[in-house]
Design a protein around this ligand. Structure first.
Ligand SMILES: Cc1cc2nc3c(=O)[nH]c(=O)nc-3n(C[C@H](O)[C@H](O)[C@H](O)COP(=O)(O)OP(=O)(O)OC[C@H]3O[C@@H](n4cnc5c(N)ncnc54)[C@H](O)[C@@H]3O)c2cc1C
Length: 392
């Protein structure tokens, strides 16, 4: 696909986001959603019924079937308008996982959701205390005996963990997971006996409404098992790549929002008779921020194009790791500079930059802490270097 046609699709989706946000997003609403830890059901319905709903659905079910960059730019633009982490991005992340499943599983899950609450949403219960995004060492376990199949364990930080009606649990499973290295995936209804949820109070990203989930000998219905057909490892690998692109696209959007606010402030606000934009130290800040935004855009674009291209898996992973290593941290730093430009008011909830700064910070940890990316970047570089040297 040519660069021009991809750009056309990006421009189209940006137009849809702008239309949606003009009608549905305002600072007053965003503040309310932060207090209530989520958007209302009516707002969710409006999102899915708008043109944007198509970009959430997996391609096998009639959803958008173009380059992943288009979805990433949708997320960035939404966050830019809101100046906050809206929960739609977490639904899109769940949908990305769905699109790696077999067509049959996708159909069953979607039909089930649309029939029950009309909203296509489930949370992802992967992380466990002390294991981070290292899914190979999880402890949550599926066992079976004469009475049935049971789930026991605890997941630490599940976005939307209390409010989505189901959660997708990754567990150790020596019975059903033989083909998948001893792991399996289950879509567990929160209403089942033995499932307990405990809200976590975060310092930002309130709309993500994370929770700790405990599974105390939950009896599993075999129908809840996701058919992975020996591809679970590859599915998770792809899911982490797509999740990282979404988180970095969101960080990019938040950074752009902080920049928008800083520019507005610099153009209108005077201190001791001078416009902020005329002060050289502020000008340097703005210039550095502009460079940072350009770098973030380039890294997100490169990674998002890579995952829908025929790049090797190692190249795709490298592009995603480079992006995740850099973008969330740079966005937090940029939001902090924007806050500084606002002076004391920047450190209050009178300005959105304080919220943007807090929301950016969480993305340095979500989808695998930024530090964890250095290992795969270094390995890739050393391997490439050794290969190139051999062929010189
Ligand atoms: C906003 C947000 C949303 C999230 N959403 C979800 C969700 O929906 N579902 C879900 O399952 N989880 C979710 N998480 C959890 C997230 O995936 C984990 O918090 C993340 O992977 C880090 O794992 P951890 O908290 O166990 O930290 P740890 O892995 O314990 O790491 C602690 C610190 O040590 C560093 N560290 C650890 N090992 C090494 C090493 N070998 N080398 C160098 N440094 C190291 C890490 O970088 C980090 O700074 C979310 C987290 C956040 C913040």
């Amino acid at each position: 696909m040519s660069e021009a046609s991809i750009q056309e699709m990006v421009d189209e989706v940006i137009g849809y986001v702008d239309d949606f946000c003009a009608e549905h997003i305002s600072e007053e609403r965003v503040k309310n959603w932060c207090v209530s830890r989520g958007v209302s059901t009516a707002e969710y319905a409006a999102f899915y019924e708008s043109e944007l709903g198509r970009y959430c659905m997996p391609p096998a079910l009639g959803g958008f079937d173009g380059p992943f960059l288009v979805r990433a730019m949708l997320v960035a633009r939404l966050m830019r308008h809101a100046g906050a982490m809206l929960p739609y991005h977490s639904d899109m992340n769940s949908m990305a996982l769905l699109s790696t499943l077999s067509d049959q599983s996708q159909r069953e899950i979607i039909e089930d959701f649309t029939a029950s609450d009309g909203r296509i949403s489930f949370s992802q219960a992967f992380s466990e205390g002390g294991l981070g995004a290292d899914s190979s060492s999880i402890i949550t376990e599926v066992t079976s005996d004469l009475d049935g199949v049971f789930l026991d364990g605890e997941k630490t930080f599940v976005a939307n963990g209390q409010f989505a009606s189901r959660t997708l649990v990754l567990a150790q499973d020596m019975v059903h997971g033989i083909e998948d290295g001893g792991q399996s995936l289950w879509l567990v209804p929160l209403s089942e006996a033995g499932v307990y949820t405990y809200p976590l109070n975060t310092v930002g990203q309130e709309m993500l409404a994370p929770a700790r989930l405990v599974f105390d000998h939950v009896k599993l219905d075999p129908m809840w098992r996701i058919q992975t057909e020996g591809r679970l490892g590859a599915m998770l690998e792809r899911q982490y790549m797509l999740g990282r692109i979404y988180v970095c696209a969101a960080s990019l959007g938040l950074a752009q929002a902080a920049m928008d606010d800083a520019l507005e402030r610099c153009a209108r606000y005077r201190t001791r008779g001078r416009y902020l934009s005329s002060i050289s130290q502020i000008q340097v800040k703005l210039a550095n921020m502009a460079v940072e935004i350009r770098s973030m855009e380039n890294l997100v674009t490169k990674a998002a194009l890579s995952v829908s291209s025929d790049d090797s898996l190692s190249e795709q992973k490298y592009n995603c790791a480079l992006m995740k290593h850099y973008v969330p941290g740079a966005a937090t730093q940029l939001a902090s500079e924007a806050l500084q430009i606002f002076g004391g008011m920047g450190y209050t909830d009178e300005s959105r930059v304080s919220r943007i700064w807090r929301d950016c910070r969480g993305n340095q940890i979500a989808q695998g802490a930024d530090e964890m990316m250095s290992r795969s970047i270094a390995r890739h570089r050393v391997k490439e270097y050794a290969f190139t040297k051999k062929n010189l």
